[in-house]
Design a protein around this ligand. Structure first.
Ligand code: SPD
Length: 279
């Protein structure tokens, strides 16, 4: 018998992923966590029945959310990741030799522990001596910390449940306050094809706080719409321009300086739908 995990992407449209086995499940303090082995997507982590990361496609998301802000910053020594409990973003951040300290703040310690144990492809950054993992509320951390960062990456869940607070104007204002001069924020900002109204609202909130706010996209076939957006924002630096390039030894699968620039090229429809004010 074939067993499928299903996720309703939008009203009237569902994705089904055939499951080989259930690796781990837990109702944590915040959400329902599940890790599966699947027929087509390899290992897969879901939270509240929403696919967060899959072995087959995780590189598209994590290389895009990490390397765009890091390569467009002059010297990213101090990096903050809010969310990112599976470890994929931390893994990509730790590839950069410029990074002296990376702090990852995730609200759900169970997600971090399960990822360390069951997601070997994602978890290599956790053991890097430059990395510190804090199990705390990201909204509270950015509002209260005295530390300043060169790059802040918001690798959140969708704007529902525990993730909702990480899309508020208050949160973006707190991030603006903890960026060093020349700093860059990068947030995952949902699907411009499947969730147009939500992306439009999130982008407008970010653009009200930061004078430079640029949306870019990457294909992520396991997420609604199969095209995902990220928004980089700053008080000066242009996130479209890569200042360095990855070492060949990193063996990246998606990111390159050419892809970096191309990710900011948006279709006329996406620009119109989201209200992108630049060419
Ligand atoms: N619809 C799911 C969006 C998930 C975005 N965050 C994924 C976290 C991967 N590190």
């Amino acid at each position: 018998m074939k067993v499928y995990f299903t996720e309703e992407w939008v009203d009237g449209l569902m994705i089904g992923v055939q499951i080989k086995s259930v690796v781990f499940t837990k109702r944590t303090k915040y959400q329902h966590l599940a890790i599966y082995d699947t027929v087509e997507l390899g290992r897969m982590l879901t939270l509240d029945n929403v696919i967060q990361t899959t072995e087959k496609y995780e590189y598209l998301y994590h290389e895009s959310i990490a390397h765009v802000p890091l390569f467009s910053h002059e010297n990213p020594e101090d990096v903050l990741i809010i969310g990112g409990g599976d470890g994929g973003t931390l893994r990509e951040v730790m590839r950069h030799p410029e990074v002296k300290q990376a702090v990852m703040v995730d609200i759900d310690g169970d997600v971090v522990e399960a990822s360390k144990k069951y997601l070997p492809l994602w978890n290599t950054g956790f053991s890097d001596p430059r990395a510190t993992v804090l199990i705390e509320d990201g909204l509270k951390f950015v509002a209260e910390t005295d530390r300043k960062f060169d790059v802040v990456i918001v690798d959140s869940t969708d704007p529902e449940g525990p993730g909702l607070a990480l899309f508020t104007p208050e949160f973006y204002r707190s991030i603006a306050a903890i960026l060093k001069p020349g700093g860059i924020m990068c947030a995952q900002t949902e699907s411009p094809l499947a969730m147009t109204d939500i992306v439009r609202e999130i982008f407008s909130r970010i653009a009200k706080v930061f004078p430079v706010a640029k949306l870019y996209t990457a294909p992520v076939p396991s997420y609604p719409g199969s095209l995902w957006s990220f928004t980089c924002a700053s008080f000066g630096p242009d996130p479209e321009v890569p200042l360095r390039k990855p070492d060949d030894s990193w063996k990246l699968k998606h990111y390159s300086p050419e892809i970096h620039r191309s990710m900011f090229v948006l279709s006329p429809k996406i620009k119109r739908d989201i209200g992108i004010p630049y060419q």
